[in-house]
Design a protein around this ligand. Structure first.
Ligand SMILES: [Zn+2]
Length: 293
């Protein structure tokens, strides 16, 4: 029995370590050999943005690429007949409101749109059809750029393309599914309990210990009243919203795996031609009302 178990463990380990295919490692002949109907690309994209005095500016970028990579590992086991190709993470996105701290790099939303469109059309010109956009940055102008590009790609190339995290994040599903904690996590808007937990799970050595002493600070960053304002205008002198001191590595693990699950489900639905979850109406309306910035 013991022998068997250890053999199974070894086998599982080998499967889990199965390499992820990164596009930059391939030559064009290898790419050309990929079955167009069975190849799915992943494009992680999120800006470098300050996340309080305790988390790295790469928090959103790390999360988008790590969850994409983990989803690919899961899918390779679940549906090994498809090819999953990871594109290099693009460190851009709109985060103007956070640029009153050094380290935030905001790229306007039209540029985000043009970059996503360029990536998608370059693939589509060679008849690749499946593309998953992985972003962990949920600012409306950033999403506007992504969704406009997706619309254009669907129209021009009939591309099967989706951004899975936005519709999940802006629904009430996190609060419904998460472990019960006894406080309102929907107020954890930026570098608070959720993201600090996430980074404690993924990159504990990049979390500054000072998070334990940070005061709880709450602001509604989705309120129309904050449009055009930067963090410091809202009294956020350290650049976070929520309660980072409550951070918990187990919650971080749950949150990470939940994101992975959403990517896995969206990929399978996209491949099967099922309808994707959409952004809620109020988010779509906000996106529409927004001028390009
Ligand atoms: Zn973030």
């Amino acid at each position: 029995m013991r022998g068997n178990n250890s053999m199974n463990n070894k086998k599982n380990k080998r499967q889990n370590n199965k390499q992820i295919t990164k596009i930059e490692d391939l030559n064009w002949k290898q790419i050309n050999k990929l079955n167009r109907k069975k190849t799915i690309f992943y494009q992680p994209i999120s800006p470098l943005e300050i996340h309080g005095p305790h988390l790295p500016i790469g928090t959103d970028l790390f999360t988008s690429k790590d969850t994409a990579a983990e989803a690919i590992k899961k899918l390779q086991e679940k549906k090994p007949e498809l090819n999953y190709i990871l594109l290099p993470a693009i460190p851009i996105g709109y985060c103007k409101f956070a640029t009153d701290f050094p380290g935030s790099i905001s790229i306007n939303s039209k540029t985000v749109r043009d970059v996503i469109y360029s990536v998608g059309s370059s693939l589509a010109e060679h008849d690749f059809r499946y593309l998953i956009i992985c972003t962990y940055h949920m600012a409306i102008p950033h999403l506007k750029g992504i969704y406009q590009a997706m619309k254009k790609l669907q129209k021009k190339y009939n591309m099967k393309i989706c951004e899975p995290w936005g519709p999940y994040f802006y629904s009430d599903k996190i609060e419904k599914n998460e472990p019960k904690l006894g406080f309102d996590t929907s107020k954890e808007m930026h570098a608070g309990f959720r993201e600090t937990s996430l980074m404690k799970y993924q990159y504990p050595y990049l979390v500054d210990e000072s998070y334990k002493n940070l005061q709880n600070i709450y602001r509604d960053l989705n309120s129309p009243r904050v449009i055009g304002k930067k963090f410091k205008d809202l009294g956020l002198k350290d650049g976070y919203v929520g309660s980072p001191s409550k951070a918990d590595v187990n919650y971080g693990r749950w949150f990470f795996n939940e994101t992975v699950k959403v990517y896995v489900k969206s990929t399978l639905d996209l491949y099967d031609g099922k309808k994707q979850d959409e952004l809620p109406k109020k988010i779509k309306a906000a996106m529409k009302a927004l001028f390009w910035s």
